[in-house]
Design a protein around this ligand. Structure first.
Ligand code: DQA
Length: 150
């Protein structure tokens, strides 16, 4: 029996990521979220993946999007912003989603303040890509594709 290829990826941006372009460009680069999403869309097209995007500054909305993720996607690429470091609610929702997930950060969270070194979602993700700017999203999609096609 043949199964459909798993190519649908939901890209979830968390708190304050709608402010890209305005946040410190030395840390986050100068792309706006819209420009970043265009970039990610280009990477996905090259890789034969279909992406759709979501951003929220509301933790409950982000949690509910994770609850719905399995209806619309085969894998998750997520950058929860500061929630990464402390939101056990998002961690639990990611576990409920039960899809392969990759964690991405534009900045190098390991090289910044101590509190950014904690990630409550890392143990649920097949990979973490950090500090590579927009290109990190390409690497994350490649990693997710490997997982979806294995
Ligand atoms: C971030 C890193 C987080 O520590 C920070 O709170 C963000 C963005 C990143 O992409 O580098 O909002 O996730």
């Amino acid at each position: 029996m043949s199964s459909l290829p798993r190519t649908r990826v939901t890209v979830l941006h968390g708190v304050n990521l709608d402010q890209l372009g305005r946040r410190d460009p030395a840390i986050y680069g100068s792309l706006t979220l819209e420009q970043l999403e265009q970039r990610i869309g280009g990477f996905a097209a090259e890789l034969g993946l279909r992406v759709q995007f979501f951003q929220s500054n509301h933790e409950g909305a982000f949690v509910e999007q994770l609850h719905r993720a399995d209806e619309m996607a085969d894998g998750i690429l997520l950058n929860p912003g500061a929630w990464t470091h402390y939101s056990w609610a998002i961690r639990d929702a990611l576990e409920i989603a039960a899809l392969p997930a990759v964690e991405v950060h534009l900045s190098d969270v390991e090289a910044r303040e101590e509190w950014r070194r904690t990630s409550v979602i890392r143990e649920l993700c097949v990979a973490t890509v950090s500090g590579k700017g927009p290109d990190g999203y390409r690497e994350a999609l490649v990693r997710l594709k490997e997982e979806l096609t294995s």
